[in-house]
Design a protein around this ligand. Structure first.
Ligand SMILES: C[S@@+](CC[C@H](N)C(=O)[O-])C[C@H]1O[C@@H](n2cnc3c(N)ncnc32)[C@H](O)[C@@H]1O
Length: 207
């Protein structure tokens, strides 16, 4: 495991801070109705596992950060569906049997080092017509918040605090550019540093 994938401070803070009602409701919404074999990239500490419905036959959860991965392994023990936790990144998935029915990215495409490569990998392992479910924060439409988001990214401040997270990515465009067909997107405003920031919850299909 490379040092670049180990973020001990962020990992512990995320574990403490990411259990709010709004985030849990969004994760629940994100996973409603998924079925069959699934792959979740950047599964974090596995707190999303409890929202997978019983229609899921197997979940492969990929997590690069060692502390979060250990927590995810613990969470897999009481998940309602069978979960296998693996080390790896979205850009370079571990060897997995492909043809997944669905893939999940929850607050991850903001952090991957190469969005296009990560999305190409997800497309590669999904079966034709397989679903990508995504929950991601994106650039605000209003100038003051968008300008602050761009500045925080450009200055390197936010990526350093957030273990590679970026606030100003156009993730929906990246998903489309990777060849996915957007089926539905809902926008929710959630607070980041006391400012409302748009979060997208959506579904897209692999060609
Ligand atoms: C903000 S956390 C979200 C965790 C979890 N998905 C959730 O909803 O709580 C970002 C996660 O993405 C992971 N991550 C960062 N870079 C990644 C990459 N290149 N590939 C896969 N996961 C990555 C981090 O280790 C972390 O678990």
């Amino acid at each position: 495991m490379s040092a670049a994938q180990s973020h001990p401070v962020f990992a512990r803070l995320w574990t403490l801070a990411s259990d709010g009602d709004a985030l849990q409701r969004a994760r629940e919404d994100l996973l409603r109705g998924v079925q069959g074999r699934g792959l979740e990239v950047g599964a974090g500490d596995g707190r999303g596992f409890k929202h997978y419905p019983p229609t899921v036959t197997e979940l492969v959860a990929v997590e690069p950060e060692p502390y979060l991965r250990r927590r995810a392994e613990l969470a897999s023990g009481h998940a309602p569906v069978p979960v296998k936790v693996l080390a790896g990144t979205a850009e370079r998935l571990p060897p997995v049997e492909g043809d997944f029915d669905f893939a999940v990215a929850s607050l991850v495409l903001c952090s991957v080092s190469d969005q296009a490569r990560a999305l190409t990998e997800l497309r590669r392992v999904l079966r034709p017509g397989g679903e990508l479910r995504f929950f991601e924060h994106v650039l605000a439409t209003g100038p003051p918040v968008a300008a602050a988001q761009r500045w925080l990214d450009r200055s390197g401040l936010w990526p350093r605090l957030g273990a590679g997270c970026h606030l100003s990515r156009d993730t929906l465009a990246a998903i489309t550019a990777a060849g996915f067909q957007i089926q539905s997107v809902r926008t929710a405003q959630l607070g980041v540093l006391a400012r409302p920031v748009p979060f997208l919850v959506g579904r897209a299909l692999a060609p």
